[in-house]
Design a binder for this molecule. Structure first.
Ligand SMILES: [Fe+2]
Length: 329
């Protein structure tokens, strides 16, 4: 059972050491000498641009009601599709719909499809993500670099980003399920989670596994992922999170994911690490592209979007297995 907390309590509990910039507030610590102080890579962001939730709602409603429009959008990225709606039929998977965009996928959408979806919010959504990237990504990257004393800009030259919209809609195969998004840790460097005011996002307390903290529905949160954990030698922790659904209540969110450049070897950028990594990680045997692919299979299984042919390929099914790959234990 998660413990509900007010916004102020959340700030005190999960972000005891704050560095404030003009736009960003990051959980921080004064020195990497004490690893405890560097744990809790949680940020509360005061965004310069708010998500266009009205447009996001329209876009989901339109794609769900118009399979032809959904197919046209998915044809821009046939490998995985863009609009994911497995929860309509699959009651065990995460009970949500998603729209997965990125700068690369955006460029693949035909002019005709773009024009047909413009009045349903697609352009507003892409503008929002581009503005957010411009206003916040380098600042957050720089702050993570400061709190870990590691220059992360050297492995983020390509601005490897993904944009995700989530619709925790009551009209799924399992309307009474509380599972909106199963517990997981993001693969990349950090993620910015925007919410529409509806609670549901929960974070596992970094130093108390199994203790889930409810995040206020109006908070914009920055979480670090596995890549940040590895590159900083464990100085920034990867944060597990999940979304609990309130039956009958619709919740929308927008997430911007930032990851290292795809060819980067996932190994600590320092010889002074806080944890002991596996020989695969220390040996530089894992690169970002491979790691993303492996993690992606696990996500798609949880979200019900894994194709039948892929089911036997993925060797990872739980965070514990990822942890074994990274830490070797
Ligand atoms: Fe996540």
């Amino acid at each position: 059972m998660a413990s509900p907390i007010a916004a102020q309590a959340f700030r005190q509990r999960l972000a005891p050491n704050l560095i404030k910039t003009s736009k960003t507030t990051l959980t921080s610590a004064k020195s990497h000498a004490n690893p405890e102080l560097l744990h809790g890579a949680i940020a509360l962001l005061n965004p310069t641009v708010q998500p266009p939730f009205k447009a996001i709602r329209h876009l989901f409603d339109h794609l769900r009601a118009n399979p032809t429009a959904a197919s046209a959008l998915n044809n821009a990225y046939p490998k995985r599709g863009i609009f994911k709606s497995a929860a309509i039929k699959n009651g065990i998977a995460d009970q949500k719909f998603t729209i997965d965009l990125s700068p690369a996928r955006d460029s693949l959408i035909s002019e005709a499809t773009r024009a047909s979806l413009a009045s349903y919010g697609l352009n507003d959504v892409i503008s929002f993500f581009n503005n957010t990237a411009e206003n916040h990504v380098s600042t957050i990257l720089s702050q993570l670099g400061k709190v870990s004393s590691i220059d992360l800009s050297q492995v983020h030259k390509d601005l490897n980003m993904n944009f995700r919209l989530c619709d925790y809609n009551p009209l799924t195969a399992n309307p009474t399920s509380s599972n909106g998004c199963g517990e997981h840790t993001d693969y990349g460097t950090f993620s910015i989670i925007f919410q529409d005011g509806t609670p549901g996002l929960e974070i596992e307390a970094p130093h108390a596994p199994g203790t889930w903290i409810e995040i206020p529905g109006d908070a914009t949160v920055v979480l670090a992922g596995w890549c940040a954990f590895i590159l900083t030698g464990g100085r920034v922790c990867a944060v597990r999170h999940r979304v609990r659904r309130i039956p009958g209540v619709r919740r929308l969110s927008a997430v911007l994911f930032v990851a290292p450049d795809l060819e980067v070897k996932l190994k600590p950028l320092t010889e002074f690490t806080n944890v002991e990594f596996s020989k695969e990680i220390i040996g530089g045997e894992v690169n970002v592209s491979w790691f993303k692919d492996v993690m992606g299979k696990r996500w798609r299984r949880r979200e019900g979007n894994l194709e039948v042919a892929e089911r036997d390929e993925g060797i990872f099914s739980q965070d514990d297995e990822i942890r074994r790959l990274v830490l070797g234990a």
